[in-house]
Write a protein that binds this ligand. Structure first.
Ligand SMILES: Cc1cc2nc3c(=O)[nH]c(=O)nc-3n(C[C@H](O)[C@H](O)[C@H](O)COP(=O)(O)OP(=O)(O)OC[C@H]3O[C@@H](n4cnc5c(N)ncnc54)[C@H](O)[C@@H]3O)c2cc1C
Ligand code: SF4
Ligand code: SF4
Length: 333
């Protein structure tokens, strides 16, 4: 998303852009997300991302190279030389540029690392990414185990973020907003459903967030529970999934049954691209994402490569990166 937004901004200023994407389609993770409208638009920004993507695809000023993975970025005189692998033909080629914007994004947290939450073991434990894809592709939430509509649904926040046990102390910024918006979609599609939202903190993100939160708080079938879930398991004699949690207010250990459990996973640095940053002279910050302060001499970063952001903030950050590129190129000429 960030690469696309930055490319769009640069082409409007008359700059010719080559957009390199390792996957067959552009758009990054956001291309898989669902519209989170209920009786009104809830400003999740997914359709804005879809629109920006289409704009870049149609622009003559952008050379779009999909299935092209950047393997190395190297300073070459006053410009840059990129070693790029064409993943379809299995050949390497060189791309030259006066300036480079790294917008290689993040990696969604791998929920199997939290074995106690049963992801990968129980079909009805999903990640937020799975639910995004399910709502986008199938239109409604279903239990993968039997295709039935779930009535009791738990969302567990901060999975892979704010968690000392995995060394991620940072907040992923987008997961409270995406989880609340998807929970509202489920509630509006199935008025008989009940949502149990397990959280320790709520991080606002994006426009209309306060309205979304207020609507959830006023909904009698929406329960906010300040607790850390410690285990998800099954009793084979009973349907559903059992969840054990330590509730913050009462200090008691509670057990509840659910039809579907959604793990609100966060973002982490993409280890696949560490070599790229280092060779380009960039350094990681405290949380492992690229430290934007280390950008110099015509190399820039945009979007979540420098830390968690929602789509709106990724686009804003990409537009700022485009301005920095323009200033740099003006200084060179
Ligand atoms: C489960 C989940 C749901 C979310 N839902 C929402 C939501 O509803 N609304 C919202 O505002 N935000 C949401 N977010 C946040 C959103 O995903 C990010 O803000 C957005 O994807 C950031 O875009 P990006 O371009 O920085 O990174 P990415 O989406 O990671 O894009 C990076 C791109 O770079 C490509 N790439 C990586 N390495 C290379 C390489 N070496 N060579 C070539 N190409 C490469 C990738 O294939 C990808 O296309 C959600 C996040 C998660 C985890
Ligand atoms: S911003 Fe989100 S909720 Fe609103 S119409 Fe677009 S995709 Fe749907
Ligand atoms: S956005 Fe919410 S769920 Fe995500 S890490 Fe921050 S507080 Fe936790």
């Amino acid at each position: 998303m960030a690469g696309i937004a930055c490319a769009g901004e640069l082409t409007q200023a008359g700059i010719t852009v080559t957009l390199l994407e390792k996957e067959p389609v552009i758009g990054g993770w956001a291309a898989d997300y669902c519209c989170k409208a209920t009786d009104q638009c809830n400003r999740c920004f997914v359709c804005v991302a879809d629109k920006e993507r289409e704009g870049v695809r149609l622009s003559d000023a952008v050379t779009l190279l999909t299935n092209h993975q950047v393997r190395e970025v190297e300073k070459n005189g006053s410009g840059y030389r990129l070693r790029v692998e064409n993943k379809v033909e299995g050949v390497e080629k060189e791309v030259r540029a006066d300036a480079v914007v790294l917008a290689t994004g993040f990696k969604p947290f791998d929920a199997t690392q939290k074995g106690e939450l049963g992801y990968g073991r129980y079909a009805d434990v999903l990640t937020g990414l799975d639910l995004e894809r399910m709502l986008r592709n199938q239109g409604s939430a279903r239990k993968p185990s039997d295709g039935q509509v779930p009535n009791k649904i738990a969302f567990i926040q901060c999975v892979g973020s704010r968690d000392e046990s995995i060394g991620h102390l940072y907040c992923s910024k987008a997961c409270c907003a995406y989880a609340l918006r998807m929970a509202r979609v489920i509630r509006s599609q199935n008025p008989g459903s009940e949502i149990f939202f397990y959280y320790m903190d709520i991080q606002p993100a994006g426009r209309l967030f306060d309205e979304t939160l207020k609507a959830c708080e006023e909904d009698p079938n929406f329960h906010f529970i300040r607790a850390i879930p410690s285990k998800i398991y099954r009793y084979y004699q009973k349907p559903g999934l059992m969840m054990r949690s330590l509730e913050a207010e009462s200090g008691t250990i509670e057990e509840k049954f659910f039809d579907l459990i959604v793990l609100s996973i966060g973002m982490e640095p993409n280890p696949e691209n560490e070599g790229l940053w280092e060779k380009a002279g960039l350094k990681p910050g405290r949380e492992g994402f690229v430290d934007p302060a280390t950008c110099k001499d015509g190399i820039f970063v945009a979007g979540t490569v420098s830390g968690p952001k929602d789509i709106e903030r990724s686009i804003m950050n990409a537009k700022q990166a485009a301005l920095s590129v323009l200033r740099y190129l003006e200084g060179q000429s």
